[in-house]
Design a protein around this ligand. Structure first.
Ligand SMILES: NC(=O)c1ccc[n+]([C@@H]2O[C@H](COP(=O)([O-])OP(=O)(O)OC[C@H]3O[C@@H](n4cnc5c(N)ncnc54)[C@H](O)[C@@H]3O)[C@@H](O)[C@H]2O)c1
Length: 333
């Protein structure tokens, strides 16, 4: 199989690339390295069945050719991470919408119908008081509510929702075989804490013995899926004809409060780091609205794929702690 991965040098994309490389598929990665890195794919670059292009998908002249070559496309390229999304509201909208639209247009021009997986997000369910989560209806067919007016965080959700609408429209008009996957918090090796991701940040703080900084009161909950379970879910979904034209939540439904997560990371690391509460305002600026609960409804994912999770939260955290320790040792040496 020929697999094209946009954003394939990023956290999730690099795991998708490694998975398909190991299966013997031909893998073509395109990434502008804006948040991804060559380090994420170093081991893959020597493999004969992997090709890499450093390019921006908004202007990459070879996108049509790459799309026409592919049997399967994973569209992961996007402006992501809370810090980046808050700092770059126009870029978030422009890149996320234009990138997806250009990819879909390129596929149409190729005249060939690859299987397409588009990365969407649980953020489309909403963030603050208006969020669907209040009623705990994180179901794929829930109606979504967006605020009027400027809201930087919402721009990310809007951009991803437009991507969903674009892809579904291409499916409707041109018979595209596309699946929209709404990712809930995904964790694992190679994820960086630089753009506001909580687990890598807690792990680094615990390993360094620095205060573990919990934003807000820590009672807000999240559910974390290991990236390798995500990758298997995506492969299963892409292999099923029944998922074409569908929106599917991809996550793990074990729920944990952020304070409990901080304590868990500290315990697993055997660290003495104090836990320090930081207001949302200090962390993200005035007016930031957080989501109190976020736990995916996985009935659709389970009924379609019958998958079970291979990674527990503890397994992933232990691996991340070991990797952070190795990195510190290398730096010290
Ligand atoms: N990690 C999560 O918990 C999570 C949750 C919800 C949704 N998602 C979605 O999953 C996808 C992958 O996210 P990730 O966590 O791996 O983030 P990431 O930042 O590691 O990956 C995104 C990749 O896209 C690349 N990229 C950005 N703009 C590009 C452009 N114009 N042209 C080419 N490449 C470009 C970046 O360099 C990066 O490698 C994103 O679409 C994101 O919105 C992730």
């Amino acid at each position: 199989m020929h697999v094209l991965i946009t954003g394939g040098a990023g956290f999730i994309g690099s795991h998708i690339a490694a998975y398909h490389q190991a299966k013997g598929d031909l893998v073509h990665i395109v990434d502008d390295l804006s948040t991804g890195s060559l380090q994420n794919i170093t081991l893959l670059l020597n493999e004969p069945n992997v090709r890499f292009h450093e390019a921006d998908i908004l202007v990459w002249p070879e996108l049509e050719r790459a799309a026409a070559w592919a049997d399967r496309i994973y569209h992961m390229a996007a402006v992501v991470g809370m810090r980046r999304v808050l700092a770059e509201p126009t870029k978030t909208l422009a890149i996320n919408i234009a990138g997806c639209e250009r990819l879909l247009r390129a596929v149409r021009a190729g005249g060939w119908h690859p299987r397409i997986i588009i990365a969407s997000t649980s953020e489309v369910y909403g963030a603050g008081d208006h969020a669907v989560y209040k009623h705990e209806h994180f179901e794929e067919d829930a109606d979504l509510i967006f605020h009027s007016g400027f809201n930087s965080r919402q721009n990310y959700a809007l951009s991803k929702f437009v991507d969903e609408a674009l892809a579904l429209s291409y499916a409707h008009m041109h018979g595209f075989q596309v699946t929209l996957t709404r990712f809930f918090n995904t964790i694992g090796p190679r994820q960086t804490g630089r753009y506001g991701m909580v687990v890598p940040r807690f792990v680094e703080q615990a390993v360094d013995g620095a205060p573990i900084t919990v934003y807000g009161d820590g009672k807000q909950t999240r559910s974390f899926i290991d990236v390798r379970d995500t990758v298997r879910a995506l492969d299963l979904l892409a292999g099923l004809p029944a998922t074409a034209g569908e929106v599917v939540n991809v996550g793990n439904d074990r729920e944990i409060s952020i304070l409990e997560l901080a304590e868990l990371v500290r315990d697993r690391a055997g660290s003495r780091s104090p836990i320090q509460f930081v207001s949302y305002e200090d962390a993200y600026g005035a007016g930031f609205e957080d989501c109190r609960r976020r736990r995916p409804v996985l009935d659709k994912l389970r009924s379609l794929t019958h998958m079970s999770f291979q990674w527990t939260l503890e397994d992933t955290i232990d691996e991340l702690i070991a990797a952070a320790r190795r990195k510190r040792e290398e730096e010290a040496a």
